[in-house]
Structure formats: structure tokens, C-alpha cells
Design a binder for this molecule. Structure first.
Ligand code: C2E
Ligand code: MG
Ligand code: MG
Ligand code: MG
Length: 276
């Protein structure tokens, strides 16, 4: 009987593996045509300045609605990376972001675009970014590129050069999900970074160990001259504590979830009237 049980479990296991594989294959196929059929879209999430709580910019987050189902980036970004599709998809996101920057009724707001290691290794990446900025006549400092620490880890050759070429253009560089990767401290020591985004895991326990970690990052930020963004801020208590610790910017559900582009942009003129 026990033997049967084991077989059953193996059969079940194989079935779910097979199911996963089928789903991934089908999704990858659909993702290939997603750009053409227009099922990809962008959501924007406000990034607010810690002292004024005003919107300083937005993070651009990719959304995919496939057969009525919202597929999470956590599921489709890895597929896009493995297949190389992330390169055309990533250029599409950058082009959209530049277009949005031209219509933002607030000439200083920035957009932060996530770029994966695969995209940045494309030899044309820097020139393509430059061309996009020129084509849309965008002040380069309004475009922020968010890269994770994996990038610095996997792509050690040429990273420094790519980052300095992007800096020469005037584009800003953020390290995303800071503190969860491998080489955090050496990365910020060796590269000229503009922003560090503290992973939301540290914000979630900001009243415990997270507090010491954020305080330490702030000390480093002052010494090394970068600004700090806290991700995943969900409560007013977390926001107050982060502001007290001297974080420069905050982002999270407490301020706003990621929302469709139009809805996000509508938040800006209102803010302007307030300040007038
Ligand atoms: P990320 O860059 O760290 O983006 C932040 C993620 O945290 C987003 O998830 C956002 O919706 C979520 N988030 C924001 N505030 C809160 C909060 O208060 N609480 C919680 N629990 N979550 C919050 P999302 O949109 O599902 O994206 C997941 C990841 O997918 C992103 O993480 C990024 O690594 C990747 N991604 C999204 N769009 C793109 C893209 O255009 N290109 C690339 N290469 N990657 C992307
Ligand atoms: Mg990000
Ligand atoms: Mg992040
Ligand atoms: Mg994250």
C-alpha cells in the first residue's frame, strides 16, 4: 500500500511538472506575439519625496493581460529573459517611457525603468537609449534605469564602462532591491550610483532589525553620495519611521498602488495646484 502511495505521489509530481512546463511553453508562445497584438501595457507607481510627500516621479511596471488573465511579471519576466524576448520588450518599454515623459505635465518628474541584465548586455544598449532620448527630446536626467545587483554580479566585464557611458549621457542609475543580492557593498564602492532602492523586506521589519540596516545604508549614502528610496511602504507608521531615518524617497501601497498611465498622470496637475 505504501508503494502505491509513493507511485501516486510521483505521478502527481510528474503531472504538475508537466503542467508547469506546458504553461510556460504556452505563455512563451503568447509572449512572442504580445507586442504585436498590444496585450502589454504599463502601470506607473508614484515615488514620493520623503520631506514633502510630493510625487517626484514614477516607477514603470510592465503589465500583461493574456486571455483575460493578468500574468505577473514575476512569471513572465524570467521567461522573457530566458528566451531573449526581454530585449525587444525592454526597448518597447523604454520607448513608451520616453513618450510618457514628453506628455508629463511636470517638467521635473522622472520615470524609473527596470532593465534586466540581458538588455544591458546588448552592445547597442547605450546608443539605443541615447537615440530614444534625442528622438523624444527628453532631458536625460529624467530617465532612471533600475538594475538589480544580479547585473553587477553576472556581467562583471564592461559593467563599469556601460554605467559610465550612461552617466555621460546624463541618465541616472538606481540599484534595485538593494540588500538582497550578493555584492551590495562592493557594487556601491566601485561604481558611481545615483540611487539605491532598499528592498521592501527591510521596510517590512523597520521596527526591528530593518531599522539598523536602513540606518547603516543612510550612513553609507551620505559618505558615498547617493540618494535612498525605500520600497514597499505600506503603512503611515513605516513612512514616518523611514522619514525619521532620513530616507530621501518612498514608494509603496501606502502612497499608491501601480496604476494605469492616465490615472497616474492625473495625480500630477492636482499636486501642482496644491503647491501654487
Ligand atoms: P521591482 O522593480 O522591485 O518593482 C516593485 C514591485 O513591488 C512591483 O511588483 C510593485 O507592484 C510591488 N510593490 C510596490 N509597492 C508595494 C507595496 O507596498 N507592497 C508590496 N507587497 N508590493 C509592492 P510587480 O509590478 O509585480 O513587478 C515585479 C518585478 O518584475 C519588478 O520588481 C521588476 O523586477 C520586474 N519588472 C516589472 N516590470 C519590468 C520591466 O518593464 N522590465 C523588467 N526587466 N523587469 C520588470
Ligand atoms: Mg524596480
Ligand atoms: Mg525593487
Ligand atoms: Mg523588488
Amino acid at each position: 500500500a505504501q508503494q502505491d502511495h509513493v507511485h501516486e505521489r510521483i505521478a502527481f509530481y510528474n503531472k504538475s511538472l508537466e503542467h508547469n512546463l506546458l504553461r510556460r511553453t504556452a505563455l512563451l508562445e503568447a509572449l512572442r506575439s504580445a507586442l504585436a497584438v498590444g496585450s502589454l501595457s504599463l502601470a506607473l507607481q508614484p515615488i514620493v519625496s520623503a520631506d514633502s510627500q510630493r510625487i517626484a516621479g514614477f516607477e514603470v511596471l510592465l503589465r500583461w493581460k493574456h486571455n483575460g488573465e493578468n500574468i505577473s511579471p514575476a512569471e513572465f519576466i524570467p521567461l522573457a529573459e530566458q528566451s531573449g524576448l526581454i530585449v525587444p520588450v525592454g526597448y518597447w518599454v523604454l520607448e513608451q517611457a520616453c513618450q510618457i515623459l514628453t506628455v508629463i505635465p511636470h517638467a521635473t518628474a522622472s520615470l524609473s525603468v527596470n532593465v534586466s541584465v540581458i538588455q544591458i548586455q546588448d552592445p547597442h544598449f547605450v546608443t539605443n537609449v541615447e537615440q530614444l532620448l534625442n528622438k523624444h527630446n527628453i532631458a536625460p536626467w529624467r530617465l532612471h534605469l533600475e538594475v538589480t545587483e544580479t547585473f553587477f554580479h553576472q556581467a562583471q566585464h564592461g559593467v563599469k564602462e556601460t554605467i559610465s557611458r550612461l552617466h555621460l549621457l546624463g541618465v541616472k542609475i538606481s540599484i534595485d532591491d538593494f540588500g538582497t543580492g550578493y555584492s551590495s557593498l562592493s557594487v556601491i564602492q566601485n561604481l558611481n550610483i545615483d540611487y539605491v532602492k532598499i528592498d521592501r523586506a527591510f521596510v517590512a521589519n523597520i521596527f526591528e532589525k530593518g531599522q539598523s540596516i536602513v540606518a547603516a545604508v543612510m550612513t553609507i549614502a551620505h559618505g558615498l553620495n547617493f540618494q535612498v528610496v525605500a520600497e514597499g511602504v505600506e503603512t503611515p507608521e513605516q513612512a514616518a519611521q523611514l522619514a525619521k531615518l532620513g530616507v530621501h524617497f518612498m514608494q509603496g501601497y501606502y502612497f499608491s498602488k501601480p496604476v494605469p498611465v492616465k490615472q497616474a498622470l492625473a495625480l500630477l496637475p492636482q499636486q501642482r495646484q496644491d503647491s501654487a
